[in-house]
Design a protein. Structure first.
Lengths: 242, 242
DNA sequence: ATTTGTATTATGTCATACATATTATGATAT
DNA sequence: ATATCATAATATGTATGACATAATACAAAT
């Protein structure tokens, strides 16, 4: 009975699984890179000794992952995989678990805290002006309280990501946005941000962040951002402990 | 001729595209979430008025994205999509373009800069001890110079991510690792990190980061981390300007 | 009660045929 | 000769029907 332990499980991979792996091998063996055309489905099928169906499903997977692009009715070529794109289709807050949502919300805060150096490195006058406009529009409608309407919030922080000049980061935050909104709304239901007590009596507004971005340093900006995000940090850390 | 502008392009979506969207709608309409079983392929096919082939391809896409799990020969159920998993298969530095690589490298630095608050919030004595071990092992073999072997580097920073207690972040960094290594190696070829001149004459070692994590604050830690990463920041920003 | 056989079921795989869009090529008209 | 229009060739897209296979439940057997 004990001897059964020696028996290693046989590969239970489906044909499609195997073909997918073989295809990836094939691309590597032949040094195929983005832009290169690949053989047609039928050729793969006959050479691999499987039906076109199987080849097609394997190719479809790689296409779904963004590794292959299908020129309709003409052929397929390898493609530079688009990392972010895969997220987009599944980044639906209603389908993600609460734990993942929490993680993603935290991730966004980490990004905001960590991007300071890139902002200062890449900021331009034009962008500062645009940010200025956003803040002014905000001030015109705001009551001076801590709570902003969600769209103003999004506009301001979105602009920051844009200034970072990192496309991947920018698109990534675009994906995190629905999550942010989702959690934000849930959060503001629980308690009233207007009433929130900032540790030093004042809260850091978008205006202050902007001024800081203009004349400050990455270091001062990080500290300002930390205080700007304080309600969120507080919320996360408190809830984690209760 | 001008009137042609009014003509909006007809939907060029393939049947599979449409079915994929319909399926997603269906899940929402019926309030289906992770764990819930979904109708079988044939039922979808007859009800949608398309062949099983099309339904199957649409389902396969969602499966590839991790939205659906197929219990072999028994049926399919909705699944909590695994955000990170999709990355893993395509995160091959040789297949990613240099621009994306640069973005991802930057992204990793942003994460390291931004995670301080979470480290201080979640750190435990046990983890500090483990980090201590890592640093000691490192010091035993190191010459005291700025350059560390890659695996020590990975061990230390990997531990930090672990301390953050954010699974998504942790797995994300695991994916970024190959990119980091890839860029790191290219970087250290260009110039010698041993010779690197830190702005204040000293460089921040892992030991210092650890001590800071023990007795400092998120704020001091961020500043320490910034200086620890200074060679990388410098490299990125210099190259961007030339 | 545990094991073993059996029917059922939904997915996995196969084979074939036809539809459709793209491109190239050649035919036609001005 | 240039531009426009048919035509054929090609590879993917879609449809259909069939059978294989694995998971499960339940009956049968020891």
């Amino acid at each position: 009975m004990e001897r059964l332990k020696k028996l290693k499980p046989v590969d239970t991979l489906s044909l499609v699984d195997k073909v997918e792996l073989r295809l990836l091998e094939f691309f590597k063996e032949n040094n195929l890179g983005p832009g290169d055309p690949i053989p047609k489905e039928l050729d793969f099928a006959t050479n691999l000794g499987v039906s076109r169906t199987v080849v097609r499903e394997a190719l479809l997977r790689l296409r779904t992952l963004g590794l292959i692009e299908s020129k309709k009715h003409r052929g397929m070529i390898l493609k530079q995989p688009d990392i972010i794109n895969n997220f987009e289709r599944i980044m639906d807050p209603t389908l993600l678990g609460t734990k993942t949502l929490k993680n993603l919300f935290e991730l966004r805060m980490i990004l905001e805290m960590g991007m300071a150096d890139f902002l200062f490195e890449h900021k331009t006058q034009k962008e500062l002006d645009e940010l200025e406009e956003i803040v002014e529009a905000e001030e015109a409608t705001s009551t001076g309280k801590a709570r902003f309407s969600l769209d103003k919030e999004v506009a301001f922080h979105g602009k920051l990501y844009q200034i970072s000049k990192n496309d991947t980061l920018q698109r990534f935050q675009g994906l995190l946005l629905p999550v942010f909104e989702y959690v934000y709304l849930k959060e503001t239901k629980d308690r009233d941000l207007d009433e929130y007590h900032y540790t030093k009596g004042t809260f850091v507004t978008h205006r202050m962040l902007l001024d800081n971005l203009k004349v400050g340093t990455p270091e001062t900006f990080r500290n300002a951002m930390r205080r700007h995000l304080e309600p969120h940090f507080d919320h996360i850390f408190k809830n984690g402990k209760k």
